[in-house]
Ligand binder design. Sequence first.
Ligand code: CTP
Ligand code: CA
Length: 221
Amino acid sequence: MRDKADYLPLKNKAVLVTAGGTKERIDPVRFISNDSSGKMGHALADAAFINGADVTLITSSSLPVSGNIKVIRVESADEMHEAVSSRFESSEVLIMAAAVSDYSPETISTKKMKKQDHMTLTFKKNKDILKEMGRRKKSSQCLVGFAAETDNIYEYAEKKLLEKNADLIVANDIGKKDRGFNVDQNEVIFFSNQHEPQIIPLKAKKEVAQDIIDWIVEFTD
Ligand code: CTP
Ligand code: CA
């Protein structure tokens, strides 16, 4: 019989995880970002590693990373895109837990901008990393994305599953207190083509991460 303690379901699997809110530079001392702390992505990297995977964590968070997890620190959405894109083909699983900024300033000032009475910034749209990897995905690869929503969670998450060609969308209601961004627990809903939406009740992000890994193991088996 297989000894459960020795069973590493993701052994020899290359798992790429992204985490954190990207920072988009305005000038040498300023940036725009979002409320993501990176906790969910870092918990996912840990869970994948505990399950035997060869893990690369691409993160814009400054949270610590346990040894044996290869870490690539990035700042902007562009840097994250490059780091993911160059490693995607040689990975079996990509988990996009990062809160990638949708926009970045049209121009980055090389000098600190001086204050004025009014100031206007213009933004350009960033590349959608998950969507691009969804287009490039082979049938042997598993793609997991997140959906951060404040309303119409079912409608928007289903749309993301389809439009990004993901295998699993983990949706969280960021309008609710004490879950989602920047806290230690989360309550999510899994959207996939295999099952009806599945509610994962409020629990520690570490446990949610294990649930996501279990889903991936079942999917890739
Ligand atoms: N994502 C990405 N690249 C982007 C924006 C988002 O890879 N430029 C990924 C996120 O990492 C997440 C998923 O897409 O896994 C959904 O992100 P979300 O912000 O919820 O959705 P968007 O597609 O950006 O749409 P919107 O913000 O309008 O809801
Ligand atoms: Ca977005």
